[in-house]
Design a protein around this ligand. Structure first.
Ligand code: GLP
Length: 240
């Protein structure tokens, strides 16, 4: 595990965007694993700037980590909508190569199985970006999720629903369940970059880096991954 501590959010976003840019320049036909949340927004903005300067996304396939159950893709708080606004609508990625779990699927369990199949058929993820929840979750794999889970339906914890309530009119509107790529699916990515910014992530980062490897702190599993970088700002690295 490599840890890169940056001065602030902007520098974290720059370092992360440069990793993606270099990867795409070297390997234009690639499978990216993408994340939502506030943390990767700066990186996506920089990638959009790189695209304007010529960076090509036409051969990219992307898989997103997760989606709320019950929200259709045109709901402003859905992760599909977020990705369209932050990245997909602003670069030349082929819409047919964009995969996000369908939160409006009639049978979410079947959707999970299909998603995992699509991921396998694409050959797995070359480069995955992750954020981290204040409770150490990755994707929507909440504390207690076994490390061998593939894409699955999750019940969101109260703390995660509260943390994400800012994207909704009220906490009652935050879905109670989501579909998330599992820990096992994430760990299969050939390279992983985890981003974290701000003091409220410091405890989770310290546990993920130095704590015991335990499902109680899902991000701690990354200590077992052979090619992972944590790019965190000073505030998020305060307890290291
Ligand atoms: C959500 C997402 C995660 C994300 C986390 C942190 O729960 N499902 O993928 O990493 O929030 O979000 P933020 O970056 O907004 O702190």
């Amino acid at each position: 595990m490599e840890i890169i501590v940056t001065k602030n959010y902007d520098e974290m976003s720059q370092v992360a965007a440069d990793i993606f840019r270099k990867h795409l320049e070297k390997q234009p036909k690639t499978v990216l694993g993408l994340a939502t949340g506030s943390t990767p927004i700066g990186m996506y903005q920089k990638l959009v700037e790189y695209h304007k300067a010529g960076l090509d996304f036409s051969q990219v396939t992307s898989f997103n980590l997760d989606e709320y159950i019950g929200l259709a893709g045109d709901h402003p708080a859905s992760y599909r909508y977020f990705m369209e606004e932050q990245l997909f609508g602003l670069v030349n990625i082929n819409p047919e190569n964009i995969f996000i779990p369908n939160g409006a699927a009639e049978d979410p369990e079947a959707e999970c199985r299909d998603y995992e199949k699509r991921l396998r058929a694409a050959g797995g993820i070359d480069l995955q970006v992750l954020g981290i929840g204040t409770n150490g979750h990755i994707g929507f794999n909440e504390p207690g999720t076994p490390f061998d889970t593939t894409t699955h339906v999750v019940e969101l914890t109260a703390s995660t629903r509260e943390a994400n309530a800012r994207f909704f009119d009220s906490i009652d509107e935050v879905p109670t369940h989501a579909i998330s790529m599992g820990i096992k699916s994430i760990m299969k990515a050939r390279r992983i970059v985890l981003l974290a910014s701000g003091e409220n992530k410091a405890e989770a980062i310290a546990q993920a880096v130095k704590g015991p490897i335990t499902p109680g702190l899902p991000a701690s599993v990354l200590q077992l991954h052979p090619n992972v970088q944590f790019i965190i700002d000073e505030a998020a690295g305060r307890l290291l």
